[in-house]
Design a protein around this ligand. Structure first.
Ligand code: HEM
Length: 403
């Protein structure tokens, strides 16, 4: 429950999955109008940042709003973790952050992503070939899960035979992040780190052209990364790239099925697909929030923010902010002009999503192949939404694949 004028927004509880399963945008719309920076007392308390301009201001100012005290609501301070577990790249500030980001940036530029197009298309086609036409199939299981998982596994140099385990491990990491930490998820994350430790040992003996080998020989100011640093980096790439892209694909498919006029436009003009993917990112927004922490007393939108206060960056709200997107911000429109406005689905500033070019490529190629083969695919049952406060996704999407 929020205080003051916001008491009227009784259902506002962004730390609870149930809030996200309802219609969070009704609350966001009203709060943006009435009180766009409310204090929310749940889960340790946080300022809820609803306006596009405020998320930009915070994200571009790591000297005032740090990532080093954690980036996910309720997960606590990374500095309080047991010794030997280093922070992830998301939990660093400049200049240290930049030194780490530079180690892998070459594998994630738009040019590097473009080189993966043939591989991505091949995986997308294999997934679609395995689908039985005119039978009800879960699109998440058939397309949205395997594509990003196989692509990131390919980049990390993981053999195909080991890939089935990856879904379980990656899910466990996301579940732990979404507030669902348990002995089982901890054990799965432990298995994942153990697995990468073995791969790392192999790559040290016989380097290959993959990310684990890149990290094995990487140096920062003349010093090699420690094993725990490398393992956390690998696990972060796996978790960050997997479920996010999965939810873009499943959410985007649902949007196309529910908006036949928009789908028709794409069938008539497939060249609009890159723009349609931007609109899917804006409208669906696979990541609900990340946090920053104020490092000193400061002010924002006339509010006094105290040192140590948490700022909850609500990307889905910024992506419907009328001030940026106009009066029809709630409409899904594949022709919306994304050249002038920037959605915040990939964040902003220092930590702007490293995998954005890759995620864009995967979604575009997948939808090109899906629409070419099954232009009339249709939802054939109630979609099951993901129960998470961190991610906006579809757990199960029954679809009839029709040509
Ligand atoms: C639709 C898909 C994706 C979405 C919506 C998404 C979203 C985001 C967001 C919002 C951030 C900002 C975090 C912050 O400011 O604290 C981020 C960072 C990051 N993402 Fe993504 N992501 C996606 C796909 C990927 C992929 C495919 C990869 C890699 C394979 C990836 C790797 C990363 C990494 C490593 C960071 C941290 C960058 C840094 O701290 O410098 N993401 N992502």
């Amino acid at each position: 429950m929020v205080g003051g004028a916001q008491d009227s927004i009784e259902a506002f509880a962004p730390d609870l999955p149930e809030f996200w399963l309802g219609d969070p945008h009704a609350a966001f719309r009203r709060l943006r109008r009435e009180d766009p920076l409310p204090w929310y007392a749940g889960t340790g308390g946080a300022w809820c940042v609803l306006k596009h301009a405020d998320i930009l201001a915070i994200s571009r100012d790591p000297q005032r709003f740090t990532s080093t005290r954690g980036v996910q609501l309720g997960l606590g301070d990374p500095n309080a973790r047991p010794a030997g577990i280093p922070p992830t790249i998301l939990e660093m500030d400049p200049p240290v952050h930049n030194l780490h980001r530079k180690l892998v940036i070459r594998a994630f530029t738009p040019g590097a992503a473009a080189q993966l197009e043939t591989t991505v298309r091949q995986i997308a086609r294999e997934c679609l070939e395995a689908v039985e036409p005119d039978a009800v199939t879960d699109l998440v299981e058939a397309l949205a899960v395997p594509l990003p998982m196989y692509v990131i596994a390919e980049m990390l140099g993981v053999p195909r035979s080991d890939r089935p385990q990856f879904k379980r491990w990656s899910d466990a990491m996301i579940e732990a992040g979404g507030g669902g930490r348990s002995a089982a998820t901890d054990a799965a994350v432990g298995e994942l780190l153990g697995y990468f430790a073995a791969v790392l040992g192999e790559r040290r003996r016989a380097p290959k052209d993959d990310l684990v080998s890149t990290l094995a020989r990487a140096e920062i100011e003349g010093a090699r990364l420690s094993d725990p640093e490398i393992l956390i980096f690998c696990a972060t790439l796996l978790a960050a790239g997997n479920e996010t892209t999965r939810n873009l694909i499943s959410g985007g498919s649902l949007l196309l099925a529910r908006n036949p006029d928009q789908r028709r436009r794409l069938l008539e003009q497939p060249a609009r697909l890159p723009n349609a993917v931007e609109e899917m990112l804006r409208w669906w927004t696979p990541v609900n929030s990340f946090i920053r922490t104020a490092v000193r007393d400061t002010e924002l939108r006339g509010r006094r923010i105290a040192e140590g206060d948490v700022m909850l960056l609500l990307y889905p709200s910024a992506n419907r902010d009328e001030e940026i997107w106009g009066g029809d911000a709630d409409r899904f429109d594949v022709c919306r002009d994304h050249a002038r406005q920037r959605h915040l689905a990939f964040g902003f500033g220092e930590h702007l999503c490293l995998g954005a070019p890759l995620a864009r490529l995967e979604a575009r190629v997948l939808f090109e192949e899906l629409l070419a083969r099954y232009p009339r695919f249709d939802v054939a049952g109630e979609p099951e939404l993901l129960h998470s406060r961190l991610m906006h996704g579809v757990e199960r999407l029954p679809v009839l694949f029709r040509g």
